[in-house]
Design a protein around this ligand. Structure first.
Ligand code: A2P
Length: 301
């Protein structure tokens, strides 16, 4: 079994808040990430964690507990959200934590005449500055950045799956500087209106394109088209930029992160199988080794 690559460690003295003793924090701001023509509600929520022991690293998730009980009298279930800020927080002083949330309000999967309203996402999207928010965690150390800063990073996300990548890139380019590996972001959204952190509502990620070792590839599924007229998904970008990607991963000096819809995985697998076989390699054997080394990191829902 190959050794696991070392990853970033949690700060000394960090604590994990449990459901039985959660962290009480306060909302500082809650701003839209979508443009006004979008049917979606996408929010960037900045939370004040001063006076708490909440400390996190890039790639971790926070639990959000909606106060109250369900119809059956049991407490509302905890929901996990990838943290969108880097460890210092958007204020740069270790005093805040940010979330990136899409309001879930869609036809019910059992009955299309009914609408399903996601409890936690609506709770977060409706928060106002000064409101209390109950957090648990942080959890998910496995999705952390590699300790070796010369490693190439391939980041693949759709929708709010971009949250941990904002966190990574903010840490790399704003808090730390000195990452020498190449970084590629593959990002899938519906249209420019939902291109979070890369449109007129908020351009936090767009700014990093000025760095020579960073490149972003974007798929707007309901706007861009493949040559045959079909939708462009994030995995098609992987296929279309196979030469660039293969160069970064072929020696195994990379770490790959996949975050977003479960459906992405099959398409990524297909693109990687093709890429590897065109280069005379067996993708499944490569992937198993990368997984065992902690270089293949998947967080899908
Ligand atoms: P689409 O909905 O046009 O089919 P959302 O904004 O709802 O979170 O979705 C994020 C993006 O992921 C959308 O562009 C959506 O495309 C796309 N998507 C949906 N299914 C898949 C899939 N199986 N693989 C990759 N992307 C997908």
């Amino acid at each position: 079994m190959p050794d696991k690559i070392p990853k970033h460690e949690l700060p000394p003295g960090s604590r994990t808040y449990k459901l039985s003793d959660p962290c009480q924090a306060t909302v500082i701001s809650n701003e839209p990430l979508h443009l006004k023509d979008s049917p979606d509600d996408l929010m960037h929520t900045v939370i004040d964690i001063r006076g708490t022991d909440y400390r996190y690293i890039e790639g971790q998730s926070a639990g959000v507990l909606v106060p109250g009980t369900r119809e059956d009298g049991k407490p509302n279930k905890l929901r996990l959200y990838s943290i969108a800020s880097a460890r210092r927080g958007d204020d740069g002083k270790f005093e805040t934590l940010s979330l990136c949330t899409k309001r879930v309000h869609e036809p019910h999967w059992d009955n299309a005449d009914e609408m399903f309203r996601g409890l936690a996402s609506n709770h977060i999207c409706d928060l106002k500055p000064g409101d209390r928010i109950i957090l648990t965690g942080p959890v998910g150390k496995h999705f952390a950045l590699p300790a070796d800063e010369s490693m190439n990073l391939i980041l693949m996300g759709v929708g709010t799956g971009v949250a941990p990548f904002r966190s990574f890139l903010k840490h790399i380019y704003e808090e730390h500087a000195g990452w020498s590996g190449q970084i590629r972001l593959f990002y899938g959204v519906k249209t420019q209106n939902e291109l979070m952190y890369m449109n007129e509502a908020n351009d936090d990620l767009e700014q990093f394109e000025a760095h020579a070792n960073f490149r972003a590839y974007v798929a707007r599924s309901r706007q861009d088209k493949q040559a045959d007229g079909s939708k462009v998904y994030v995995q098609h970008l992987l296929r279309d930029n196979a030469a660039d990607v293969w160069e970064l991963i072929k020696d195994g000096h990379f770490s790959m992160y996949i975050c977003g819809l479960k459906g992405m995985e099959a398409g990524i697998q297909e693109a990687m199988e093709t890429m590897a076989s065109e280069n005379g390699r067996d993708w499944n054997a490569m992937r198993d080794e990368f997984k065992a080394q902690g270089k293949w990191n998947v967080e899908v829902y």
